[in-house]
Design a protein around this ligand. Structure first.
Ligand code: ARG
Length: 462
């Protein structure tokens, strides 16, 4: 074997790679994060090679033991990673050779780095899907606690960030439970779809050795082996689905983060963020800044960026493996770190969040927020067509505005001057509590409805 060439694939090479070639080619700088998955995959592969008689039991035992030693070296930080050995797969195998000698060379029988990297990456992404599921469930529970505490606290509901109608705090919290519930189902669903083992697809065409792909699939917790060896090595849908689901989830988090930024401002004072999840200013001593919320609001940028990046890498690639696909990991790692941190930080903020109930209630009643209740009353009690009721109510809002008061502050006489049939009973619907209590339609903001939805979700998350 030529001196300077790569010991893993250098048989036909007279010279080693240029330093720049080595730098652009190597992935060890980042794919070492898949060391545990790589070793797990190799151990399953070695056991299968022995069970099918492709290698001896004693070779398989030596390989499996040696791989555990390699893992402990990596985990304890004593392992020396080499750029010349390109990636985690060859770093591990090379070290295995140092440790156990000749049997190490038999590990790569009936396998290629193409199915190996697909397997490792799938195992890594699968763990992250599980972590996302756990993080989302924890956050949902935090929202449920808030919702239960404030099922009947009133606050303004907004459209266009203008006061629209009174809603309950619990209802607003439960809106996020619904969003996160969809996120949860996206990750669970993607996990089921991705859980097929690519190992044994080999380079692209399968192998002439009598391997047992069902055995390795089972050992690695996959439901079954993939059914097409070309697709096995060419597929990165699992990473794209992880990133897509992460992007949607991060978008949801950014919306609540934005609400926290607005709500905690001196102008709104709807909520108080805990000291644990706020920071001060180095120059303005009075400041308490919602940094965690702002950072969560921003994380969608890199998570969505990762998604676009991987789609762009994958589009137009001919089957099967191309080295382009080595550019699949860093964004996924970064997006995953960002998502997990965002979920944890949001859970902390939601758990610690204090609602300013009197401020919420005062805001709920301002801005003519019960105008729709008034119009509905005219329809119900006076049998007025809704369009006419809308017009009458608009006239009363304009009157209140000109008098500088809210709708409940108008006199009955004021009302009757605009529409003669109005009676004292109208004042019952102008209060914010009556307003929310009346919204009993399924999924509406009435506290009873909110409590029913809380009970539904508690059952799901049990
Ligand atoms: N480091 C490579 C990657 O991340 C592993 C697969 C290499 N396969 C190959 N045929 N060069 O994709």
């Amino acid at each position: 074997m030529a001196d300077k060439s790569n010991t893993m694939w250098g048989g036909r090479f007279a010279a080693g790679p240029d330093a720049i070639m080595e730098a652009i080619n190597a992935s060890i700088g980042f794919d070492k994060r898949m060391a545990r998955q790589d070793i797990e995959g190799s151990r399953a592969h070695a056991a299968m090679l022995a069970a099918t008689g492709i290698i001896t039991d004693s070779d398989a035992d030596a390989i499996r033991e040696g791989l555990l030693t390699v893992l402990s070296e990596i985990e304890s930080g004593t392992f020396e990673f080499s750029t010349a050995l390109e990636d985690i797969h060859m770093n591990v195998e090379s070290r295995l050779k140092d440790l156990i000698g000749e049997p190490a060379g038999r590990l790569h029988t009936a396998r290629s780095r193409n199915d190996q990297v697909a397997t490792d990456f799938k195992l890594w992404v699968r763990d992250q899907m599980d972590a996302a599921i756990e993080g989302i469930e924890a956050l949902m529970r935090a929202f449920l606690v808030q919702a239960e505490a404030g099922a009947d606290w009133v606050m303004p509901g907004f459209t266009h960030l203008q006061t629209a109608q009174p809603v309950t705090w619990g209802h607003h919290m439960m809106a996020y439970v619904e969003m996160l519930g969809r996120d949860l189902s996206r990750f669970k669903d993607a996990r089921v779809r991705m859980n097929e083992s690519p190992l044994g697809g080999a380079a692209l065409a399968g192998t002439s050795f009598p391997i047992d792909r069902h055995m390795t699939a089972q050992a690695l917790g996959f439901d079954r082996p993939t059914a097409n060896s070309l697709d096995s090595t060419a597929d990165r849908d699992f990473a794209l689905e992880f990133l897509s689901a992460s992007s949607i989830c991060a978008m949801h988090l950014s919306r609540f983060a934005e609400e926290l930024v607005i709500w905690s401002s001196a102008q709104f004072r709807f909520v108080v963020l805990s000291d644990r999840f706020s920071t001060g200013s180095s120059i303005m001593p009075q400041k308490k800044n919602p940094d965690a919320a702002e950072l969560i609001r921003a994380k969608i940028g890199r998570i969505l960026g990762a998604t676009v990046s991987l789609f762009t890498v994958m589009k137009g690639l001919p089957l099967t493996y191309s080295k382009d696909m080595q550019e699949d990991k860093e964004q996924v790692f970064d997006a995953s770190d960002s998502l997990m941190l965002s979920l944890a930080a949001m859970e902390g903020m939601v758990s610690d969040l204090t609602a300013n109930i009197p401020v919420l209630e005062a805001a709920a009643g301002s801005g003519f927020s019960t105008a729709t209740d008034l119009a509905d009353w005219l329809v119900r009690e006076l049998n007025m067509p809704f369009r006419d009721a809308h017009h009458v109510t608009g006239t009363l809002v304009a009157l209140a505005e000109s008098k500088g008061c809210d709708l409940p502050d108008l006199t009955l006489e004021d009302m009757q001057n605009v529409s003669a049939g109005i009676t004292q009973g109208v004042f019952d619907v102008l209060g914010v509590h009556n307003s929310v209590n009346s919204r009993q339609s399924y999924g509406g903001t009435a506290p009873d409805q909110v409590r029913a939805r809380i009970a539904d979700w508690k059952e799901v998350l049990k």
